[in-house]
Design a protein around this ligand. Structure first.
Ligand code: HAM
Length: 425
């Protein structure tokens, strides 16, 4: 038997109803904040992610699905391509390529699959889905303002609340400008030098390649050492500090609760200043439902104009998992209003009636005249239909139909013209 590839999975009904509910709710919230949809290709040049996300990150150094794509013709050059592990680099690439900065401030969202070769486990997949939002533009359009950080964070909180996830925890930090981070990295490296040999093997490696990542370590034995390391907060310059204070003060005014977490550094290299994650207790080790932050230098790193930005990505798989605990998929699914049951020879008439009712925005499951009445009732019940509508020769002649409520058993004869209204009532 041929099976789905390890780390990938099929999303099946009824669960897909929950996915649709999440995406529809996200689109509604994005509309209220005037965000517009962008779609970018699911594969890009490998160079984009190497330069955008950073060579030293776990994502780029070991998790990308990359292949050498040979040209189809001698005139076409081969190149290294990669399935997108995240969306921000591609969105900023599109921003540069289409000169979106000419439009002022861009408020964009993107929903789609991402790919990382991670060790699969509950809540962690090799193909997973993200709901991304990004605000990016020239500084003159206000893209650097702390008001944008606060708006993005408040929008995220609103979306989670709207989905019924209210027990989230917003972890907030400022990782400083890139210059401030260089200094912090040096200080970390120096502080790690005498203690790193007492840490886990991952941290020993990180201490050399990317000391910031040590702060991410979850190994319990390493925690006392990590507590003694320098904090990014002590390396922030005046400008970064003022920006971060302003973000916090707007959030407080908005009533968005947050926890300052000076160890939050995020796993991608492009972040500057505001960085954040929303966690949720029920998710265990994979407890970040979403993460994001500012990336003020990303456009320049990709060869574009200065274009400060801030955004986030929700892990849709994890969001749906969280939701599933409270919201059964059936509760957001639209069940058939009517099961139309044709008697022998009535398939055509039944199809016509089903068409008419569907035109009036009713959900119709259409039966088959080879079914006996008992089997039609069973099928209607299994489909979760509210009513069954029986189509026989007499009904067609009278132009009135037996409409039976499957829950109460009540049956009435309803003229054709009044059917839709009656069913909706
Ligand atoms: P990230 O933290 O790498 O950020 O991913 C965001 C979210 O995607 C995570 O919090 C998690 O919920 C979900 N996620 C990540 N990897 C997996 C996986 N293997 N399986 C299931 N879910 C996963 C970014 O990707 C940034 N581009 C976010 C961003 C947008 N920053 C600024 N703008």
């Amino acid at each position: 038997m041929i099976k789905a590839v390890r780390g990938t999975r099929d999303l099946l009904p009824p669960d897909t109803a929950l996915w649709n509910f999440v995406e529809a709710t996200a689109r509604e919230v994005f509309r209220a904040y005037n965000f517009q949809e962008i779609r970018t290709p699911i594969f890009e040049t490998t160079e984009l992610f190497a330069r955008g996300v950073g060579e030293e990150t776990d994502i780029v150094s070991k998790e990308m699905f990359t292949w050498e794509d040979r040209g189809r013709a001698a005139s076409e050059k081969g190149q290294s391509l990669t399935l997108r592990p995240e969306a921000t680099a591609g969105i900023v690439r599109a921003y540069i390529e289409h000169k979106l900065g000419d439009r002022g401030l861009n408020k964009l969202f993107l929903i789609g699959p991402m790919f990382r070769r991670e060790r699969p486990q509950k809540g962690r997949y090799r193909q997973f889905y993200q709901i991304n939002a990004e605000v990016i533009g020239p500084a003159s359009a206000g893209s650097e303002s702390p008001a944008r950080d606060a708006e993005v964070l408040e929008m995220t909180a609103t979306l989670l609340n709207r989905l019924g996830i209210t027990d989230w925890n917003l972890q907030l930090n400022s990782v400083g400008s890139s210059q401030e981070r260089v200094k912090f990295n040096e200080a970390l490296r120096a502080a790690l030098e005498p203690v790193k040999d007492n840490m886990c093997v991952d941290c020993q490696r990180r201490a050399l390649t990317n000391p910031l990542r040590v702060l991410d370590c979850k190994v319990p034995e390493d925690q006392p050492i990590i507590e003694t390391l320098p904090r990014i907060t002590d390396f922030l310059g005046q400008e970064s500090r003022t920006h971060f204070d302003a973000v916090q003060s707007i959030l407080t005014k908005l009533g968005v609760r947050f926890t300052l977490n000076p160890r939050l550094v995020r796993g991608l290299d492009y972040y500057t200043r505001t960085a954040f994650e929303f966690t949720h207790g029920a998710l265990g080790a994979q407890n970040a439902i979403l993460g994001g932050g500012r990336y003020d230098g990303l456009s320049e790193a990709l060869g574009g104009p200065p274009a400060p930005g801030i955004g986030f990505a929700i892990g849709e798989d994890r969001l749906v998992m969280t939701l599933q605990e409270k919201t059964p998929a059936e509760s957001v699914m639209r069940k058939p209003d009517v099961y139309v049951a044709p008697m022998a020879g009535m398939n055509g008439e039944a199809a016509r009636l089903a068409h008419e009712l569907r035109q009036q925005d009713l959900v119709i499951e259409l039966g088959d005249d080879s079914f006996r009445l008992k089997k039609s009732f069973e099928a209607a019940t299994r489909a979760g239909a509210k009513y069954i509508l029986i189509i026989g020769e007499n009904e067609i002649k009278a132009n009135a139909f037996a409409l039976k409520n499957l829950a109460s058993g009540e049956q009435v004869s309803v003229p054709r013209a009044e059917l839709a209204e009656r069913i909706r009532a």
